[in-house]
Write a protein that binds this ligand. Structure first.
Ligand SMILES: [Zn+2]
Length: 218
């Protein structure tokens, strides 16, 4: 099964991508993870990406495409994959199409996660993370039992630069502007499924499973 998850930052598609990957035994490819790994390893692409991420801007196509192409080529993707956070633009989608066509592995489905904007801002601005052990929390939905400190290691929790309200507003605006044509692009190819992602994690998973189950044997 080869699927793409679309949706604004904070709609919960990353968590659902983890569950779908486990359920159908396919690889989860997240550009967020790929980028953070590149930034952490201070690769050339990583350093370039960081400049944009710190300002709440999207990382340029060439950087992201390079990272995704390498990942798709790895053996783990042979069984299929769920792409989380990529493509974000029509040029990226066209590039992805070329890569997949070259190996005769076209996409089966593109799922667009939809959540009201205010909910997204609330989810994102409440995130906190531990700079030492990378544990993540949410002030409202999953607070640390030790308040401002990490439950595991005691380090003071931080709010990532791109989770601050101003950066979130910028991210959502940029996302909406860039993604609207992408939704049209996949709708035109008859690959698009709209998904109401405002329910609980289990409700969303159930709906998602219904959309993807027909492709489970592919
Ligand atoms: Zn910690």
């Amino acid at each position: 099964m080869r699927v793409v998850f679309l949706g604004a930052p904070g709609v919960g598609k990353g968590t659902q991508a983890d569950r779908i990957a486990a359920q159908f035994k396919i690889a989860k490819i997240s550009t967020g993870d790929l980028l953070r790994e590149a930034v952490r390893n201070q690769t050339e692409l990583g350093r370039e990406a960081k400049r944009y991420m710190d300002q709440g801007q999207l990382v340029p196509d060439a950087v992201v495409i390079g990272l995704v192409r390498d990942k798709l080529a790895e053996a783990g993707s042979a069984n299929g994959f769920v792409l989380d956070g990529f493509p974000r633009t029509v040029p990226q989608a066209e590039e992805l199409g070329k890569v997949l066509q070259a190996t005769k592995r076209p996409l089966h489905r593109v799922v667009n996660f939809q959540v009201p904007r205010e909910d997204v801002v609330r989810r994102l601005s409440g995130r906190r993370s531990c700079p030492k052990c990378q544990a993540t929390y949410h002030v409202e939905f999953a607070p640390s039992k030790r308040g401002e400190a990490c439950e595991r290691c005691g380090e003071t929790l931080i709010q990532r630069t791109d989770d601050k309200r101003e950066a979130i507003e910028t991210r959502l605006k940029v996302y909406e502007e860039q993604t609207a044509p992408l939704i049209q692009y996949y709708a035109h190819k008859r690959l698009l499924s709209e998904l109401d992602a405002s329910g609980s994690m289990d409700e969303v998973f159930e709906a998602l499973f219904g959309v993807l189950a027909p492709y489970s044997a592919i």
